[in-house]
Design a protein around this ligand. Structure first.
Ligand SMILES: C[S@@+](CC[C@H](N)C(=O)[O-])C[C@H]1O[C@@H](n2cnc3c(N)ncnc32)[C@H](O)[C@@H]1O
Length: 251
């Protein structure tokens, strides 16, 4: 997804993604893993909604993001501690950062390999990178299977996958050790095949991927397959879990 697309969704972003409740929940998961005496760099800070909750818990948070529209909102929350920057080319000195976080960044556009390489470069030895992935665990219900297949077909080399099975080997290649998950928080939500089909065309996928040509055909095909599932109006309750993936820069 390009910065301009995030600029477009910026006005409704917070409310459409769980608002302050999600942000406070994420901050509560991250805070126990962060040193309050040292600044935190939030890479892909977006509107700053999570960063503001971390700040409310006593952390000094700096934020970088590619989208000026999202960042304008972060600036209202965090002041001058935010700047426009590409997570794949961070304007930060090597070995200068103690702790960094990214929530729902690695599925949203940048190549996860490039981001992890940059994070490994800017962290000091022993420094920490905490990631809350968007697609860490895949629901296994009938909707989840179809949507998972679509993700694999749109992104066959996994450059936008943010589960630990994808990120750990990439991180290791750059000197970042995957330490495991922490702060697991169960979540559940209900969605019907019809509602999922509609959200695919309303931008869930056309937003997350630059969809055109063959990709548009794949999204349309998945939409039809969702609508052909039994009882397409009946919501499936989908259990999942939010987790923090922790990475440490090798000394
Ligand atoms: C789904 S939003 C998450 C925002 C915020 N972390 C949160 O949890 O609310 C993804 C963010 O990543 C940003 N982003 C996407 N590609 C980026 C890149 N290459 N460099 C920096 N930020 C990027 C987008 O502009 C957007 O603000």
């Amino acid at each position: 997804m390009k910065a301009a697309e995030f600029d477009e969704i910026a006005p409704g972003y917070d409310e459409s993604r769980g608002g302050t409740e999600r942000a406070a929940g994420f901050a509560g998961m991250l805070a126990p893993l962060l040193d309050p005496a040292r600044p935190v760099l939030d890479i892909g800070v977006g509107t700053g909604i999570v960063a503001a909750e971390l700040a409310a818990l006593g952390h000094t948070v700096h934020g970088l993001d590619l989208s000026p529209g999202m960042l304008a909102r972060a600036r209202a929350r965090l002041g001058a501690r935010v700047a426009v920057a590409d997570a794949c080319r961070l304007p930060v000195r090597s070995g200068s950062v103690d702790q960094a976080v990214s929530t729902w960044l690695l599925h949203a556009g940048p190549d996860n390999r490039a981001v992890l390489a940059e994070v490994a470069r800017i962290l000091r030895p022993g420094g920490r990178y905490l990631v809350i992935p968007a697609g860490g665990t895949r629901p296994t219900d009938d909707i989840g299977v179809l949507v998972g297949e679509l993700e694999d077909r749109l992104d066959p080399d996994g450059s936008r996958r943010d589960g630990p099975e994808w990120l750990a080997p990439i991180a290791a290649a750059h000197g970042l050790v995957y330490e495991g998950t922490a702060s697991e928080r169960p979540t559940s939500f209900a969605v019907s095949p019809r509602a999922m089909a509609e959200s695919l065309t309303r931008g869930l996928f056309t937003g997350a991927w630059a969809v055109g040509g063959e990709a548009t055909r794949l999204v349309d095909e998945t939409r039809s397959r969702l609508l052909a599932l039994p009882d397409p109006e009946v919501p499936r309750v989908r259990k999942s879990a939010d987790v923090v993936l922790t990475f440490t820069r090798r000394p």
